[in-house]
Design a protein around this ligand. Structure first.
Ligand SMILES: Cc1ncc(COP(=O)(O)O)c(C=O)c1O
Length: 359
């Protein structure tokens, strides 16, 4: 069964290749609560939204987000998932050389390469739980034009302390280096207020912060994200963006999702409790080594098993569970896999299935 996908979440490919009609997807890190309550009512009469071109400036969504973050609309650019900005930013900056941490979400490197950039990688050491001091990044800035950081990192879940990131921002600004901080999963950590650099990005010369609504609000199929930077940078990025890339349905749904005031806290409570459940269950098994992560997923290593991650993935699929085989992450090998944190009964079912596969 050829089930390797470049990323997690390719349920269409996997269900068709494996002849399954249903899987529980632990391979993509999407909020298990599903759509916020206000979204379905907002879809009543949505046909109207399909008849016209979408608002190319996403005015209402920008105003709403600006108010929430205490910044101005012209410091925000709404995008078709944060991935759209990951590809636009290197086109604007045209870096000769970019600095990337590995293992990490591979699209940041791919987007830089596509814009002609050479890549310098820093390996996050497994021995220290894939943590690195920001001073070690600062020591590697010579000849670099763009640095990309994911906070918390994917797939490790490691969160950089805010004070350290601020020292990286200062070091980059001093040297005229651009810095992208991808906060796609920060909302899940419950530390967003403490760690988010949005306000810093709105006034910085060189910092761009990326946010995703697709993961936290479970809109992965609809695609919605945004970037925050100073208004001049936002205006330049907006010039590069194809018009209408954010469709009207995504704008309407995004606004409705943001209005659900209970959803964020409820999501964080669930994730924190269930991450702990998964962590405890995985840690008890001597053939598995989970790595502590702050996000809605856990990186796990097979240490005393005859199975590798790809074999485990295939076996779990026969029980209807899809995990992320991490073999294709630079800096990891075929002993690593990643699990999204899902609802209690799903997590318990997965743990039972993993134990059966390994026994
Ligand atoms: C770290 C990271 N950033 C950005 C993205 C893209 O997210 P979006 O769905 O907002 O385009 C992903 C998707 O997996 C991701 O892992």
């Amino acid at each position: 069964m050829p089930v390797i996908s470049e990323h997690g979440g390719n349920i269409y490919k996997i269900t068709s290749e494996c002849g399954l009609d249903h899987i529980i997807d632990f391979s993509a890190n999407i909020n298990p609560l599903g759509l916020p309550a206000g979204v379905r009512p907002a879809l009543n009469g949505y046909e109207e939204a399909l008849l016209h071109y979408p608002d190319p400036d996403c005015i209402k969504l920008k105003e709403d987000l600006a108010k929430r973050h205490g910044i101005t609309s012209n410091q925000i650019l709404i995008s078709n998932g944060s991935i759209e900005l990951i590809y636009l930013i290197p086109q604007l900056i045209k870096p000769e050389q970019s600095l990337i941490l590995v293992p990490g979400f591979s699209e940041l490197e791919k987007a830089c390469r596509l814009s002609g950039s050479r890549i310098k990688r820093i390996s996050l050491p497994e021995a220290s739980g894939f943590c690195i001091e920001v001073a070690d990044i600062i020591a590697q800035l010579e000849g670099i034009r763009l640095v990309s950081i994911i906070n918390p990192n994917n797939p490790t879940g490691v969160l950089f302390p805010a004070a350290e990131l601020l020292s990286l921002v200062a070091a980059c600004e001093k040297r005229g280096i651009w810095l992208i901080i991808d906060e796609a999963f920060l909302d899940f950590t419950g530390t967003a207020g403490e760690y988010n650099l949005i306000n810093k990005a709105a006034e910085s010369e060189k910092l761009i912060v990326l946010r995703s609504l697709t993961k936290f609000y479970a809109l992965a199929g609809l695609r919605l994200g945004y970037g925050v930077a100073n208004s001049k940078v936002i205006a330049k990025l907006a010039m590069l963006k194809p018009p209408w890339s954010v469709n009207q349905l995504a704008q309407v749904v995004g606004l409705a999702a943001l209005k659900d005031n209970d959803y964020p806290a409820e999501s964080r409570r669930l994730i924190s409790r269930e991450r702990q459940y998964l962590w405890d269950a995985l840690s008890q098994d001597t053939r598995l080594k989970p790595y502590p992560g702050a996000a809605n997923y856990l990186l796990v290593r097979l240490i005393g098993s005859s199975l590798n991650a790809s074999q485990l993935q295939k076996r779990l699929l026969t029980s209807g569970y899809l995990i992320r085989d991490c073999t294709n992450f630079v800096g990891l090998d075929n002993s690593f896999f990643r699990l999204a944190v899902r609802k209690p009964e799903e997590n318990q079912g997965l743990i039972r299935a993993i134990r059966e596969c390994l026994s």
